[in-house]
Design a protein around this ligand. Structure first.
Ligand code: FAQ
Length: 318
């Protein structure tokens, strides 16, 4: 008991002095659990997040756009892999995490359950979804858990490129023909509110925020980050000549922030509960991809066994 109290005190001291907790350090069970929860959900979001854009790789309007989109989707796969590796350092296996995703027990970001109907959606995803992801993830580079914080540094660098390529698509469309501008506006209309929902429930309903902020996993609350995102994005929409689909949106001279209208939390809850427009399709596609990749995993496992046998016979011969 005293030993546990000592360990707990040391953990708390580490957190208070902004030192990183590393995989082999002692940590309270609840800290470990919440990190596994958040990091695995984040990894699943990256992997499922490949689908809405993957849907447009064959239909990109030029070879240049196609190679950029292909690289972006590959980056997302990479982010998923770093994040699964970071979660594995906490004692959960990749198979357990994937199993939870494939059986519908694990959450992933609500945003990826919306369809990508036109090429402008590639612009809106890069601009808004990656923009929201950056806003949320830059503070995670300072998260108290070392492996997660370090993974986030590289992820954020790549997300900034993603955000810029999305904005560029929106800029080209909004300076294009009337039809192209309408397509950009329609994409903004459809992605705006779901992007605000990415930050999670409002602070009064966020069950994990308080503790996660105390542990310095999260550095800002859901509402704080959402507000920052609105403040950053509205001037960008103005630059594009597009209208944010919120009649209540207004600059507030007193607070120095934009006021915005109410979020439809019932839509958010439905999507998170599995009833969004594409939830079923996303999981089915993911499960099929996993099944189709079985031969790769088997080949890699057979190769690893053979290499281990070869190394051990060389060691015993020496
Ligand atoms: N969707 O108490 P809180 C990307 C859940 S970016 C679904 O506030 P917390 C890049 C939450 O998990 C997207 N579920 O929770 C990309 C919890 O459920 P639980 C991913 C949501 O953890 C761009 C419950 O509601 N980014 O992928 C959502 O303190 C383009 C209560 O909520 C991250 O994951 C939601 N939107 O705060 C890829 C960032 N919001 O676990 C491809 C890391 C909340 O009790 C293309 N994660 N929930 O069953 C975080 O910062 C946090 O986990 C939050 C939620 C802010 C998402």
């Amino acid at each position: 008991m005293t030993q546990e109290m000592d360990l707990n005190q040391r953990f708390e001291d580490y957190i208070a002095s902004d030192q990183k907790i590393e995989a082999k350090d002692w940590m309270p069970d609840a800290y470990r659990k919440t990190l596994i929860r958040q990091i695995s959900q984040h990894a699943h979001s990256e992997i499922i997040g490949m689908q809405p854009e993957g849907n447009w790789i064959t239909r990109a309007p030029s070879l240049k756009r196609k190679s950029i989109l292909l690289a972006k989707v590959q980056d997302e796969a990479g982010h998923g892999l770093y994040l699964y590796s970071a979660a594995e350092t906490l004692g959960i296996s990749r198979d357990e995490m994937l199993d939870a995703l494939h059986t519908g027990q694990a959450k992933y970001s609500s945003i990826f359950n919306y369809p990508t109907l036109t090429w402008a959606d590639m612009g809106a995803i890069g601009w808004l979804v990656d923009g929201a992801a950056i806003m949320n993830q830059v503070p995670l580079c300072k998260c108290s858990y070392g492996p997660y914080a370090r993974a986030m540094v590289r992820v954020c660098k790549e997300e900034s490129f993603h955000q810029r390529q999305g904005f560029q698509i929106m800029l080209n469309l909004s300076q294009g023909t009337t039809e192209q501008k309408e397509m950009a506006q329609d994409a903004l209309n459809r992605w705006w509110w779901p992007s605000l929902m990415m930050f999670g429930p409002n602070d009064a309903s966020s069950k994990h925020s308080e503790q996660s902020m105390r542990w310095k996993i999260k550095r800002f609350s859901n509402d704080e980050l959402r507000q920052r995102f609105v403040d950053m994005t509205v001037p960008q929409a103005e630059l594009l000549g597009l209208t944010v689909p919120d009649p209540d949106l207004q600059w507030n001279e007193e607070t120095g922030h934009y006021d915005f209208g109410p979020i439809d939390w019932s839509e958010f809850e439905q999507v998170v509960a599995g009833n969004g427009p594409c939830n079923r399709e996303r999981i089915e596609t993911r499960v099929k991809a996993h099944e189709n990749g079985a031969w790769v995993r088997e080949a890699a496992a057979a190769y690893a066994t053979k290499s281990a046998e070869r190394t051990s016979s060389q060691t015993s011969a020496a």
